[in-house]
Write a protein that binds this ligand. Sequence first.
Ligand code: AHG
Ligand code: MN
Ligand code: MN
Length: 337
Amino acid sequence: MKGLGITVTEHLLIHQKESPAATGRLTRLLQELIFAAKIISREVNKAGLVDILGLTGDINIQGERVRKLDDFANHVLIYRMERTGVVCAMSSEENADIIPVPEDMHQEDYLLTFDPLDGSSNIDANVNIGTIFSIHRKVSDRPYVTLDDFLRRGSKQVAAGYFIYGPSTMLVYTTGKSVNGFTLDPSVGEFLLSHQNITIPERGKVYSVNEAYTSYWDEKTKRVVDYFKSQENERGKPYAARYIGSFVADFHRNLLYGGIFMYPADKKDPAKPRGKLRLLCEVAPMAYILEQAGGAATDGEQNILDIKPSALHERVPVFMGSKLDVEKATNIMQGKD
Ligand code: AHG
Ligand code: MN
Ligand code: MN
């Protein structure tokens, strides 16, 4: 019957033959992720009403004060994903080390990396936040999981996506063939296909970067940002500045409308010389989505998906979004333009 919409599961089954990675087990994994996201979405949507805002008082591996919703989202994801029966280990932005699934739980060879709640500094202000996930298959034949199993190039992902909790809760993901968006219909508790085969405009009209850090950037980075602000660019007029400070929200807007998101290397924190965003749980999954949507993502030198990670929480500078805008930014960073 028309108008009943296509659920994620139905969509996966319809496209299973197209996506080599979309096996029944991946469907199982995504269904559990969706269940966890529904629980997180429920808490996010009532965060203003119960005392789940504010801080737990803990400091996480990133050295950031952990907000209760961060903690809650992290625990929900770990608890649910241990019970999929197909995940053998996880890595979370909130945990220093990898999280093996307990021996007594059935497991197969999927590896899940996630940022349980991105943009958490915005929670109290009711700004869109999200959950980012990246899925790999374990390739080593060791009977146990090691850090090395997670340190793999973004090009080897089998699926990646994010949930965005805002005016509506959405899921956007790819299994390596196309990018599709599903919107949660809370009245039936199902994510229904709402954005089929998302492609990002080749050139955008928006640039997203935190210009408060201008004095910490090198000259090339300043030239990149000046390009998007000038009248002498290919558009003949400045790009609009849009920066929410919630990566998932900034990314999602640019994916749909076009544009470039940048978090360059800066000198504001000697502990983070390569910028703030984490390769494995934030940047690589979004780069994988962009590649499937016709966009691009570099660290100013190379394709994000080609970077071989050397640490679980490695940070990388990022220039990502519309293909022509990322090419321009990368050329300037490389002194070619
Ligand atoms: P998280 O909440 O997972 O720590 O991520 C926050 C990130 C990202 O969402 C956003 O783009 C960036 O922090 C904003 O950083 P600045 O405040 O330095 O611009
Ligand atoms: Mn984040
Ligand atoms: Mn986070």
